[in-house]
Design a protein around this ligand. Structure first.
Ligand code: CA
Length: 224
């Protein structure tokens, strides 16, 4: 999934971005609140990790603007400030969760997984499709009982299509979900990922169909 990290402390940003990337996410990083506001207006992210003390605009202002725009993107606030009233204000502004620095990456990862679970499948962590069990939070797929070996990009592709199975997902939507500013996904790159994922899904009872001119469709043989 594509995520945005807004944090001006380079060491924390590096650690958090690396941790999200290890979990297979596409991560963009910004260190400025103003830039974050524009980015959030232009792009869709599955999750935002937001520092409060930022140059440009304060993190709480970024959050306020996001919610004023009726954007329900999950936001995990990370803050060095431990004042209770600030935390309460942040939650009131629409943060989904917060962590106080310094925090362990293990706890950070767990909070992210919990937020994604809540968001992507209304609390159900495993998506069943054909013979596939897709663990969205744990980033694992089983084909029957056996783990299915997918690259991070193939998992991300499966995830975006599986979350919308039986509906056509446009190429643009897929590319937007999978790429970052530093790691563009070309048309050719998407074709390759689709081809490889389709091959790996051969015995899964799930078909990845190309709908010419429209996009992609994931459907299970046993779907009505
Ligand atoms: Ca800061």
């Amino acid at each position: 999934m594509r995520m945005l990290v807004v944090e001006d402390d380079a060491a924390i940003a590096d650690a958090v971005c690396a941790s999200l990337e290890r979990a297979g996410h596409a991560v963009d990083h910004l260190a400025n609140g103003k830039a974050a506001i524009s980015a959030l207006q232009e792009h869709a992210f599955a999750l935002v990790v937001l520092d409060l003390g930022l140059p440009g605009e304060d993190g709480s202002e970024v959050l306020r603007k996001l919610r004023v725009d009726h954007d329900g993107t999950p936001v995990l606030v990370i803050t060095a400030r431990e004042e209770v009233d600030l935390r309460v204000r942040t939650l009131d502004l629409g943060a989904d969760d917060y962590l106080v620095k310094p925090f362990s990456l293990a706890e950070f990862d767990a909070r992210v997984r919990a937020l994604l679970r809540r968001q992507s499948n209304r609390g159900v962590p495993i998506l069943q499709l054909g013979k596939l069990s897709i663990d969205l939070a744990g980033r694992r797929v089983l084909l029957g009982e056996a783990p299915l070996d997918l690259t991070a990009r193939e998992f991300a592709l499966l995830e975006v299509l599986a979350s919308r199975h039986n509906r056509v997902t446009s190429r643009e939507h897929v590319i937007e979900a999978l790429c970052t500013w530093n790691d563009a996904l070309t048309d050719n790159g998407l074709d390759i990922a689709v081809h490889r994922l389709r091959r790996k899904l051969a015995d899964s009872g799930v078909n990845l169909r190309t709908v010419r001119g429209l996009g992609y469709l994931l459907e299970a043989d046993d779907d009505p």
